[in-house]
Design a protein around this ligand. Structure first.
Ligand code: MCA
Ligand code: AMP
Length: 503
């Protein structure tokens, strides 16, 4: 038994039903996809990867990249997908921290990565956006059937790294049960069937594109129009062939900004789902006016998969993230005492259920700080729950910026900037942005008599941090606002600079 493999992948063996429709016009059947995965699973075993070993993959989106996920599940290897924007510094931390036995990277970066990967005693393989690379070369000669490695539902299936307010990223350990239970709940809740065709334009290195979109489609036995990334023209051209779309709010605002996106174009669609970042109530309303569809907003986290969702049938309420999903317990608590606050009052959201992860890899103190002994996970999100159960997220009890659906932890950027010549201290904040929802601004306090060079600060960020984390603006101030405890009051800064990027 390998519940995750059996339920998502194995059951499709031998089926010629369409699974991945590619931009090239080619379609891959479920069966062909599984045979591709089986060959890769042989490569992993052949390279000495045993069940429970970690494989880190920083690869462009492609059918082969998705097959690598399936291959890991089949071989019992823990899959660790990584954002393609990460720099070598970022990647080397993840590879080392996870103790990855294999790293799969883009062929164009192999020379850059090899010393680091080999220094860690791991194997380096490559996979390009077009599916070529040493991984596929090695897979070519392998058998198309692989004997699935037995796994229990509490065994680890994946690590996803998520940053923290302090210090470095933590590997969230997700079990087979976490992924499978959530996928099952979502298939039912959103009424996915084998007739569905999901327009898939999200990256597959995060929960949203990999576990929500792909697992749900696989479990339901449906198909995906599998696009390398969000491209407005492609989205518009292909929407008439789809039935569903999952996206971050930026997808929806970009679609609404195009006059071709209208009722006619969306008439074959049955469901639009939004998540990963707050969807403005105004976007929800504009969307309905334009298309007649009400976007279904849901709320989740890397550590918990999906927690709440607006209903499929029933009121999809703009500005809310809906109701706790079946099997998910949700409480709104006082952040200091942990006691539940009365209905309707603001508190910190805590959740418990089969969806909640097992803890952070080799970080017991961080696990203990966020995952209570009784199983409730402290999300760091501030919200309210109304008498009718609807949950509204009103803010964050964590220092986090969400730009176009990507999480950015200011501390990481502040640490880089604080090290630059002439910089006394910095505060990195998120301010409203018309396209990305929020964007990064660095507020810099120079040392006495110094004037830090913006180009140097930007170069330092480019050296070690992924592009999406780079400040889009640097602002120099004589000092940072602080409260009586000496804590920087970022709310004052956010307020002062809220209009920097107004449309
Ligand atoms: C690209 N850039 C970004 C972002 N994406 N900068 C800030 N934030 C971003 N999200 C950079 C590019 O490197 C480029 O840099 C410049 O911004 C403009 O790129 P553009 O072509 O406009 O971007 P794009 O390629 O169209 O991407 C925008 C995007 C994409 C479509 C919104 O970021 C995206 O697909 N986001 C989805 C993220 C996601 O899946 N999140 C789920 C996390 P330069 O200036 O050098 O040109 S999972 C999660 O959060 C939980 C569990 C949940 O609830 O789902
Ligand atoms: P991540 O750590 O990438 O899993 O991001 C999870 C965070 O994204 C949550 O803790 C929320 O702050 C935010 N998030 C996800 N979905 C929504 C949503 N629908 N509305 C508001 N915030 C959201």
């Amino acid at each position: 038994m390998n519940p995750l493999f059996d339920r998502l992948f194995g059951k499709h063996a031998g089926k010629d039903t369409p699974f991945l429709h590619l931009a090239s016009g080619e379609t891959l059947s479920h069966d062909r996809f599984l045979r591709m995965a089986a060959r890769m699973a042989h490569v992993l075993s052949g390279a000495g990867l045993a069940p429970g070993d970690r494989l880190a993959a920083q690869v462009e989106k492609s059918p082969e990249a998705l097959a690598l996920y399936a291959a890991c599940v089949q071989a019992g290897v823990v899959f660790l997908p990584l954002n393609t924007a990460y720099t070598r510094d970022e990647l080397s931390y993840f590879a080392e921290n996870s103790g990855a036995r294999m790293v799969v990277g883009d062929p164009s970066r192999a020379g850059d990565l090899r010393p680091m990967v080999e220094g860690l005693g791991a194997v380096l393989m490559t996979l390009a956006a077009d599916g070529s690379g040493t991984l596929t070369d090695a897979a070519q000669s392998q058998p198309e059937v692989y004997e699935t490695v037995a796994r229990a539902e509490d065994d680890l299936a994946a690590f996803l790294y998520t940053s923290g307010t302090t210090g470095r990223s933590k590997g969230a350990m997700l079990t087979q049960k976490n992924l499978l239970s959530n996928a099952g709940t979502l298939v039912e809740h959103w009424q996915f069937t084998s007739d569905d065709v999901l327009l898939h334009a999200l990256p597959i290195f995060h929960t949203h594109g990999l576990f929500v979109a792909s697992n749900v489609t696989l479990l339901a036995g449906g198909a995906m129009i599998f696009l390398p990334k969000f491209d407005l023209d492609q989205m518009i051209a292909l929407m008439p062939r789809a039935t569903t779309l999952m996206g971050v709010p930026t997808f929806y605002t970009r679609l609404l900004d195009d006059a071709r996106f209208d009722k006619d174009l969306t008439q074959g669609m049955r469901l639009f789902i939004s998540g990963s970042a707050p969807l403005l109530a105004e976007t929800h309303v504009r969307f309905e006016e334009r298309t007649g569809h009400r976007i279904l907003e849901r709320y989740g986290m890397t550590e918990t998969n999906m927690n709440t969702s607006n209903p499929y049938e029933g009121e999809r309420r703009a500005g809310t993230v809906g109701l706790p999903l079946p099997g998910v317990e949700l409480k709104v608590c006082d952040p200091e005492t942990g006691a539940e606050v009365p209905r309707g009052e603001v508190g910190q959201i805590e959740v418990r259920g089969d969806n909640v992860f097992k803890g952070y890899w080799q970080m017991p103190e961080k696990t203990a700080a966020e995952l209570r002994e009784d199983g409730f996970f402290i999300t760091g999100d501030l919200g309210t729950q109304g008498e009718d159960g609807y949950v509204t997220i009103v803010g964050r009890n964590k220092d986090l910026i969400i730009s176009g659906g990507y999480n950015i932890y200011p501390k990481e950027i502040e640490l880089v900037l604080d090290d630059q010549p002439g910089v006394l201290e910095t505060a990195v904040i998120g301010v409203p942005h018309p396209d990305f929802g929020e964007t990064v601004v660095a507020v810099v306090v120079p040392e006495a008599g110094a004037s830090p060079d913006e180009t140097l600060m930007a170069a330092a960020c480019a050296e070690s941090l992924a592009r999406f984390k780079h400040p889009r603006k640097f602002i120099t101030v004589p000092e940072l606002p602080r409260n009586t405890m000496g804590k920087v009051q970022k709310n004052i800064l956010r307020d002062a600079y809220k209009d920097l990027f107004s449309a």
